[in-house]
Design a protein around this ligand. Structure first.
Ligand code: SAM
Length: 248
């Protein structure tokens, strides 16, 4: 494309991603609001609403939120469960987990425990068939071996378990796609420079969004990992999308 993607070799990608989040961890939540204009909150609400976790499950209801970072998804799901909820937040970056654990300690009347575990989405320290739900928000794009991570998601889920992924997608509305391109390639690195003193990392993140497959291709990858009933919901004209699937 005219923006000239740099291809990042597989062995360098995770290191680059880790540096981005090391650098931004303490400002991550502020950056998210600034760069998405608060939209990420609505998208996260939409995923958690679509999940529709039971308020009072009869048996322990186990959720793993992968690439869970500072806990946005975990805390939203936790809020809706009154008894028997158990949430594990997995993230490869200890700095991000530290911010999440700090927020966890400040939760008001938490009925659902959230634990924070440092782990790679490609190899999680969770028993096979142990989880009711696997969520990942704005995380799968950063994983080096996406297919391996999807297979790992399938492994840790119970039969009947639900996979849900929130990720940036592709705007396919005329004019809006132009505006979105300009915003992401010009504004985002500038804001990264202003708020975090780092434009290069944000340029990488924007490029990684462009390289992420469209919903059709991503759905095929989810099915290849073994999942069934893949469904997609587009958000904000395709800026983001939620994929839902089941292990049956
Ligand atoms: N889910 C949170 C949210 O929506 O606010 C955080 C998303 S943040 C954009 C991406 C997260 O993915 C970072 O916390 C990063 O450390 C994590 N991450 C990157 N590569 C990972 C990997 N291979 N395994 C697990 N987590 C990873």
């Amino acid at each position: 494309t005219s923006f000239g993607f740099r291809t990042v070799p597989v062995e360098e990608k995770q290191g680059l991603v880790n540096r981005v989040f090391d650098n931004v961890a303490s400002r991550y939540d502020v950056m998210n609001d600034a760069m998405s204009g608060g939209l990420h909150r609505l998208w996260k609400d939409a995923m958690v609403a679509w999940l529709g976790a039971p308020r009072r499950p009869a048996r322990p209801y186990r959720v793993v939120d992968v690439a869970g970072g500072t806990g946005d998804i975990a805390f939203r799901i936790a809020k809706g469960i009154e008894v028997n909820g158990e949430i594990t937040v997995c993230d490869i970056n200890p700095e991000m987990l530290l911010v999440g654990a700090g927020r966890n300690a400040k939760r008001i009347r938490p009925t659902t425990p959230c634990r924070f575990v440092a782990a790679n989405a490609e190899t999680m320290p969770l028993p096979t068939g142990s989880q009711d739900v696997y969520t990942i928000a704005f995380g799968i794009r950063n994983v080096t071996r996406r297919q391996t991570a999807l297979e790992e998601a399938y492994r840790v889920l119970k039969r009947g378990g639900r996979f849900m992924c929130l990720e940036f997608s592709h705007v396919d509305i005329p004019v809006m796609d132009r505006i979105y391109d300009r915003y992401s390639f010009e504004m985002i690195p500038r804001m990264g420079q202003l708020i975090a003193g780092d434009s290069e990392s944000y340029r990488y993140l924007v490029e990684s969004i462009r390289m992420f497959p469209n919903p059709g291709r991503f759905a095929a990858e989810i099915e290849k990992a073994g999942f069934s009933q893949v469904q997609v919901r587009k958000l904000t004209g395709g800026v983001a999308a939620i994929h839902s699937a089941y292990k049956i």
